[in-house]
Design a protein around this ligand. Structure first.
Ligand code: UT7
Length: 324
């Protein structure tokens, strides 16, 4: 069997129109712009409109990624949607997106690893593509966390936003890939931490959707160590380093976590792509949203070495290193 690389062909994203600022939130709960900016770096976030679902956001991001790739839906035979806020308990929201795109072949499924979902989905798509099972994958992160927030809980409702991002990955023979593609991925989880960030409902337990609950300080305490460990693994596996990467595109949960991780790893601040100020934490959507911003504003160029990482509920965490 010939060696295959999973090469990024295109990226796209979508944000709902409605913007909720910190000042807006200060009218809803006992908080302030100053507190939110100082503790998180977040200034505003987007919120899905009534009747606007995760599938709608994911579909628009997928369509944008296809345009960027110069491909059509007919070229896609695998869709993996990373989400913790599906339209329904089942079928998978990926199947709705597949239907809306007019695709009736291949496979589509959801993947649930909370904020690490996009990195987990990318690694999963990569494994399928390199095995030769599929030719081109849409890897989507789409979330409507606004629907599972407790809007009375100032400790969580100020942190999250809605949005979607997607990449098109293509299996390319090694000889043609010229070093491009996903170089390594490292996925981890540890269920001992499952009660530190969770939703207090579900089909099999309460029969309700539930609301997000988080021990913020506990999550914060573990985040930097877990993120840097798994990036060190990515560097060890590839021989790359903080100096050789072009862009660090971390999960966008908190500016302080991003800065502390970059500093611990020795990644120069100008290489860090940060969108948390404008998007808030969009969970599985945050990395592809940030990739799209950095691609469109000309920062990420063909051939650049891009480092991704995420950490979230479970805990789950992971890294991926790719040559664009
Ligand atoms: O995607 C991965 C999942 N999530 C994360 O990565 C989040 C990780 N955690 C964090 O980002 C931070 O822990 C937070 C931003 C959630 C909180 O920051 P912190 O510096 O850890 O604050 P804290 O939870 O220790 O709270 C400090 C104070 C408390 O008051 P007292 O007890 O000191 O009087 C809170 O009640 O800030 C208070 N507080 C607020 N004040 C104003 C909590 N939320 C708010 C708020 N506005 N929205």
């Amino acid at each position: 069997m010939i060696g295959l690389h999973s090469v990024v062909r295109g990226v796209g994203s979508y944000l709902p129109q409605k913007v909720l600022t910190n000042a807006d939130l200060a009218h809803m709960v006992d908080t302030s712009d100053e507190w939110i900016v100082q503790r998180t770096g977040i200034r505003e976030r987007h919120i899905a409109a009534d009747g606007e679902f995760t599938s709608h956001l994911g579909l628009k991001a997928a369509q944008a990624a296809l345009v960027d790739a110069g491909l059509t839906a007919a070229d896609i035979d695998l869709i993996i949607l990373a989400t913790s806020t599906p339209d329904q308990t089942f079928p998978a929201t990926a199947v709705t997106i597949q239907y809306e795109l007019g695709i009736t072949r291949g496979a589509a499924f959801d993947l649930q690893a909370v904020c690490s979902g996009f990195v987990f989905a990318l690694a999963t798509a990569d494994a399928h593509l390199r095995m030769g099972s599929f030719k081109r994958a849409l890897v989507i992160g789409a979330e409507t966390f606004s629907r599972i927030l407790d809007w009375q809980d100032r400790g969580t409702c100020v942190l999250f936003g809605d949005g979607a991002g997607a990449v098109v990955l293509e299996a390319v023979p090694e000889a043609e890939a010229q070093g491009r593609g996903l170089l390594t991925s490292h996925l981890r989880s540890d269920g001992r931490h499952r009660s530190k960030l969770f939703v207090d409902g579900g089909p099999s337990s309460t029969g309700t959707v539930g609301h997000l609950r988080m021990e913020g300080r506990e999550v914060f305490k573990h985040a930097v160590g877990m993120i840097t460990d798994v990036i060190t693994d990515a560097f060890a596996a590839t021989g790359q380093s903080a100096d050789s990467i072009d862009w660090f595109v971390p999960h966008q949960a908190n500016r302080r976590i991003i800065d502390a991780s970059a500093q611990k790893l020795g990644i120069a601040p100008e290489k860090v792509v940060t969108t948390v100020q404008a998007h808030g934490n969009t969970s599985a959507a945050s990395i592809p949203l940030a990739l799209d911003v950095a691609r469109r504003d000309g920062r990420i160029k063909d051939g650049d070495l891009v480092l991704l990482e995420a950490m979230g509920g479970g805990f789950t965490w992971g890294s991926a290193l790719l040559r664009w």
